[in-house]
Design a protein around this ligand. Structure first.
Ligand SMILES: Nc1ncnc2c1ncn2[C@@H]1O[C@H](COP(=O)(O)OP(=O)(O)O)[C@@H](O)[C@H]1O
Ligand SMILES: [Mg+2]
Length: 261
């Protein structure tokens, strides 16, 4: 049965004690050498409609955490509740109407052989009036509906990311996961996509989790920040507070890496 979320349901997210390790194999016969704790006992809550940023250097476990939420990976331990729902027990297909993910490289997440219109129409759960709704959604992300007659390779990087966002929103997700959403884009285009995500969160009222190695991106998109290092939680707090007085030297280092504005 698809998950039941009525308009009255509060949809705060509570992630509790989430852990995931991978077996590391190497050498002859790929013998298992040990395990790597990609996500280690991470707990965090996100209020409905808020935007949480997860920041940390490469390899800190950010994508693994997102993949668990989206249903691409099973955790070893922990729970995730989304309002009344136990998110981890919702099958992938049904979960797509609760959680959608936008990836760093929109090219690899889009089907190169299908027209954008076909890909967008497929993403709607309810098929009524899909052509009009597809055009409307294109407008929402700043693209002309003429793009629906194009293939992914006929778009610029920024346009492709706009389309990837439209396709994610077609499923009417309550939670949008954006994993390095602007990392593959030029600086000026990064700013446009950041503005777009902020506008869409206001108008479409989804909860958002943004993942980035770049604290500047997170600061512009998020109300709260969680800092990760080697799978573990370093610190978390409201954006302004965390930027003003980071408690941990690791966060301080991420801050020092920012260009002076
Ligand atoms: N499928 C996998 N098998 C083995 N190790 C993995 C796998 N996915 C990720 N890892 C390892 O887990 C750690 C965290 O990876 P990831 O979540 O992608 O980090 P981040 O997104 O913060 O860069 C890294 O050391 C990575 O090499
Ligand atoms: Mg990653």
């Amino acid at each position: 049965m698809p998950p039941v979320l009525t308009p009255e349901t509060t949809r705060d997210i509570h992630i509790q004690h989430l852990s995931k390790s991978f077996e590391i194999s190497s050498g002859l016969l790929f013998r298992v050498k040990g395990t790597l704790d990609a996500v280690k006992d991470v707990s965090v809550s996100v209020k409905e409609g808020d935007s949480l940023g997860i920041v940390g250097e490469s390899g800190s476990g950010k994508t693994t955490l997102a993949k668990i939420l989206a249903g691409f990976l099973q955790p070893d331990q922990g729970s995730v509740t989304f309002g009344p729902l136990d998110l981890l027990t919702i099958p992938r297909q049904d979960r797509a109407h609760v959680v959608q993910m936008v990836f760093q490289d929109p090219f690899s997440s889009l089907n190169p052989k299908l027209l954008l219109g076909t890909q967008l129409r497929e993403a709607f759960k309810d098929k009524e009036n899909v052509s009009d709704r597809a055009s409307g959604l294109m407008m929402d992300v700043g693209l002309s509906s003429d793009f629906l007659k194009r293939y992914p390779h006929q778009l610029s990087g920024g346009q492709r990311q706009r389309f990837a966002i439209a396709r994610a929103l077609a499923a009417s997700p309550k939670l949008l996961l954006a994993d390095e959403p602007v990392s593959s884009l030029d600086l000026s285009v990064q700013a446009q996509i950041i503005n777009l995500l902020n506008k869409l969160r206001r108008t479409k009222k989804f909860t958002q989790i943004v993942i980035s190695h770049d604290l500047a991106v997170i600061a512009n998109l998020c109300d709260h920040i969680l800092v990760m290092k080697k799978g573990g939680l370093v610190e978390q707090g409201p954006t302004q507070q965390l930027l003003r007085s980071p408690a941990d030297p690791y966060t301080q280092r991420l801050l020092n890496a920012l260009p002076i504005l």
